[in-house]
Design a protein around this ligand. Structure first.
Ligand code: NDP
Length: 328
């Protein structure tokens, strides 16, 4: 049975790619003016995430009226500071949207069997619609075994092989990983014409690059996709062809202006901490794209922070609500 959509919210189609015509430089669709009307050429991830979350909150209310409260449970193992921050904001967002959000915290000394037992319990709990085990896990735990143990229909992260396969073959009741799903939502909300566009993705990881490629080549999205990686010959020759350039390499500011086609849409997934003596923390977050110079060339670009990162949690909420709808 095919229910739901890869990019859950029907409102995501406010800026149907097909609606905007013309050269990449004219990609902006004025029909999404409320979301995207600015002449900065900068995609506002915070605004888009807020719009998506508002839609999710409405769907939560509808489900609650039917007696179903969507619930996400996150399992956090160990005391990695960055993971604790992500998990905290996931739980907070759940509660803000009227969902149940629970975090199960366990020390890094937990055994694989103990962690699998937690997953089994959540799989069987009808009040839990989405399960997320925060990565990375300690080395003594086989992450693949944990991911495979989560019920595919509760795997709102979209990492279970069944969901990877469903995305690949276009079965629409699966879950696409949240970051690439968030990128597609952004492109659609800003009215970027994807059909027939040359989309170049830098990075081939299982959580970003590969699912991004699957999404961009789906019928209905219809981009022509090239995936580059560290063994790609002459990376710049590929990136310069891109109407839509999506970079997820984890290399601070590696994409420079000379690597970008004038008028291209540039999506920067990278999140890299670099030293910055002017900051209290001594570090600052930068993307994989040299933002200041590339924004002069691109027609649209995402900043870091304030771009893709904001969409990931919103898309996780959207996936969880769809899981609840599909399971109830
Ligand atoms: P991985 O390290 O798993 O993958 C990086 C990919 O980039 C690999 O495929 C690698 O190639 C490729 N690559 C690395 N260097 C180069 C290069 N010089 N030229 C071409 N390709 C290169 O990273 P992730 O996919 O997990 O994450 C990528 C970035 O996105 C990171 O900065 C991460 O922090 C960020 N991220 C942001 C999220 C968000 O919510 N905004 C969510 C997830 C990730 P190869 O396969 O050959 O090694």
């Amino acid at each position: 049975m095919k229910r739901g959509r890869w990019t859950l919210p029907d409102k995501a189609s406010v800026g149907h790619p097909e609606r905007s015509e013309g050269s990449p430089a004219k990609h902006r669709d004025r029909s999404v003016a409320s979301l995207a009307q600015d002449d900065t050429g900068i995609i506002d991830g915070a605004k888009l995430a807020a719009a998506l979350q508002a839609d999710v909150a409405k769907e939560v209310a509808t489900l609650k009226a039917r007696g179903v409260t969507p619930g996400l449970t996150v399992v956090l193992v160990g005391d990695d500071a960055a993971s604790a921050v992500y998990v905290g904001s996931k739980e907070r967002t759940c509660l803000e949207l009227g969902m149940n959000g629970e975090t199960i915290r366990r020390p890094a000394s937990i055994t694989e069997a103990e962690l699998l037992a937690i997953v089994d319990r959540l799989n069987d709990d009808p009040a839990v619609h989405g399960i997320l085990v925060q990565m990375p896990l300690p080395k003594h735990i086989n992450s693949d075994a944990v991911i495979r143990r989560i019920r595919a229909d509760k795997d709102v992260d979209g990492f279970h092989p069944v969901n990877v396969g469903k995305l690949s073959i276009g079965e629409k009741d699966g879950f696409a990983p949240c970051t690439p799903a968030g990128v597609l939502y952004m492109l659609q909300a800003y009215g970027v014409r994807t059909a027939g566009a040359d989309c170049v993705i830098v990075g081939r990881s299982n959580i970003v690059g590969k699912p991004m490629a699957s999404l961009m080549m789906q019928p209905g999205v219809d981009a022509t996709v090239t995936v580059c990686h560290s063994r790609t010959n002459d990376l710049a020759a590929h990136t310069r062809r891109a109407d839509i350039l999506i970079v997820a390499a984890g290399r601070p500011r590696m994409v420079t202006a000379d690597m970008v086609k004038p008028g291209a849409v540039v999506i920067d997934v990278g999140m890299n901490r670099i030293a910055d003596a002017t900051k209290k923390s001594g570090t600052r977050l930068v993307g994989d794209v040299a933002f200041d110079e590339v924004r002069e060339v691109a027609s649209l670009i995402t900043p870091v922070p304030g771009g893709v990162g904001k969409m990931t949690i919103a898309m996780l909420m959207a996936n969880t609500v769809r899981a609840a709808a599909q399971l109830s």
